[in-house]
Design a protein around this ligand. Structure first.
Ligand code: DC
Length: 235
């Protein structure tokens, strides 16, 4: 039962600006924001720390099944990510953890557990979920679906800027190569590959500001909210 509002899915490749717009869209709608990439990053981080092979599906699945991942909203609109009460917000953003996340997310055993957790968090509605497979697998009947893209060059520049902002050393060419490698792996994997759902609205954010993208998304969401309200009023 979706008593709290719509389920909104935002999918797309790394660096397309999903997090920024998803967070702002959720804020404007008064919805909960769920960063599903952060969940795969947590599995990647712990697998690396515990010396689990990125190809060992059984062990990774077991790890994913026992993690208690929590999101805690902060007053400034950002979120803390906690796993078993440990704050991993900064650790999961490291470039290398992104690589691990992409690798462990190819395993069906990991995906099964993450998808189940995401359905539990978002099932009641009033959520904006951001990821790679939200509109295709996690919530194929989501009320509004977006597929956010940007050129590879633009995505590389944004990631580079982000890393420099956090004081991390970053080489633009290396980042671009990593983004392309991650795209290939995310699109080519056997289980839930990154692809645009047939009923998703494709948006290309190259050359657009985050505010412009959010405005367009908000228009679509308001339309969907109105349509749902009208349906519910029918006898
Ligand atoms: O969005 P991100 O860069 O934080 O995601 C990290 C990795 O997690 C990404 O390379 C692929 C994976 N992922 C996924 O497979 N499915 C999702 N719904 C979200 C992320």
């Amino acid at each position: 039962m979706r008593s709290n509002g719509l389920i909104i899915a935002i999918d797309g490749p790394a660096g397309a600006g999903k997090s920024t717009v998803a967070r702002e869209l959720a804020r404007r709608l008064g919805y909960v924001y769920v960063d599903t990439g952060a969940m795969y990053r947590v599995v990647g981080l712990l697998a690396r720390e515990q010396g689990i092979d990125a190809g060992n599906g059984a062990q990774l699945g077991e790890l994913a099944g026992r993690l208690a991942i929590r999101f805690e909203a902060l007053a400034d609109g950002t979120q803390r990510v906690l796993v078993d009460s440990r704050d991993v917000t900064a650790a999961i953003r490291e470039q290398e953890v992104g690589e691990w996340a992409s690798r462990v997310s190819t395993r069906a055993e990991v995906r099964e557990r993450m998808v189940a957790a995401q359905r539990e968090i978002g099932g009641a509605g009033g959520v904006v979920l951001e990821g790679r497979d939200i509109g295709t697998v996690v919530f194929p009947d989501a009320d509004v679906k977006f597929f956010l893209e940007a050129s590879a060059a633009e995505r590389g520049r944004r990631r580079h800027h982000q890393l420099l902002g956090r004081g991390e050393a970053a080489d633009l060419r290396q980042i671009a190569a990593e983004i392309e490698g991650r795209d290939r792996r995310d699109q080519a994997r056997e289980h839930s590959p990154l692809r645009c759902a047939p009923d998703a609205l494709r948006l290309d954010s190259t050359g657009l500001s985050a505010a412009q993208v959010v405005d367009e998304m908000l228009r679509r969401c308001r339309d969907a909210e109105r349509a749902r309200g009208a349906r519910q009023q029918k006898p």
